[in-house]
Design a protein around this ligand. Structure first.
Ligand code: 5RP
Length: 223
């Protein structure tokens, strides 16, 4: 099976977690896109969705799924999204697609985070994938120095030669070379740096379920 087929398989399996009549939180990225396409097929079962990025909102709307503003929502049973890395405790690195802050905000409202990922995303120790850190642009240099002091190699994310700008008008520093043995502690430490909007560690509130696409089928991990 190709990586895309594995992503498609977990996207389909995630439909089992969709609650009838509810508003569902939807993530960003290629796996989330497969999920949105599946959700489009059963859209009559849900009230609508809250999107974690402009790109996701556009894809949801293209399927005729109602997109709600998070400020209108008080109850969200599930949030479904991919991950760049996930460990055996359900802690994740996210933000490869640059949507980490809105993903963390939407996920914080949901009762359950359902992670959908191909098997390559499961790791023993996180950090091989550079940790995305969203920063207020004026804080880019000072946050980069602080990340360096923590042992990372900070790399300002670029797009077509200029800094990549998030949906929130901010920059992303990718912190490479970390070996993340205490993700919840590192998540807090980085978030405490002035100028950091948030970082891509989802450890203090990680996944509740991970649907992992493997060659022999979808494996369900619960945390
Ligand atoms: C976007 C994310 C994505 O969930 C993460 O990058 C995984 O992406 P993909 O499903 O394309 O592998 O956090 O900000």
């Amino acid at each position: 099976m190709t990586q895309d087929e594995l992503k498609q398989a977990v996207a389909r399996a995630a439909l089992n977690y969709v609650v009838d009549g509810a508003i569902i939180g939807v993530g960003t990225g290629s796996t989330a896109n497969f999920f949105i396409d599946e959700l489009g097929k059963i859209k009559q079962r849900i009230k609508g969705a809250v999107a974690s990025s402009e790109a996701t909102a556009a894809r949801l709307k293209s399927h005729g799924i109602a997109v709600f503003d998070l400020n209108e929502i008080t109850h969200m049973p599930v949030y479904i999204d991919g991950a760049d890395e996930i460990d055996a405790s359900g802690a994740m690195i996210k933000g490869g697609g640059g949507a980490l802050t809105r993903e963390k905000i939407v996920a914080s409202v949901a009762e359950k985070f359902i992670c959908i990922a191909d098997g390559s995303k499961l790791v023993e120790v996180m950090g091989t994938f550079p940790l995305p850190v969203e920063v207020i642009p004026m804080a880019q240099a000072v946050v980069s120095r602080a990340l360096k002091a923590m042992g990372a190699t900070p790399i300002l994310r670029l797009k077509e030669g200029v800094p990549y700008v998030t949906d929130n008008g901010c920059f992303i520093i990718d912190a490479a070379g970390l070996r993340i043995t205490q993700p919840a502690i590192l998540e807090q430490q980085i978030n405490d740096l002035p100028g950091v909007v948030t970082n891509g560690l989802f450890a203090r509130k990680g996944a509740n379920v991970c649907l992992l696409g493997m060659a022999d089928g979808v494996k369900t991990m619960t945390f």
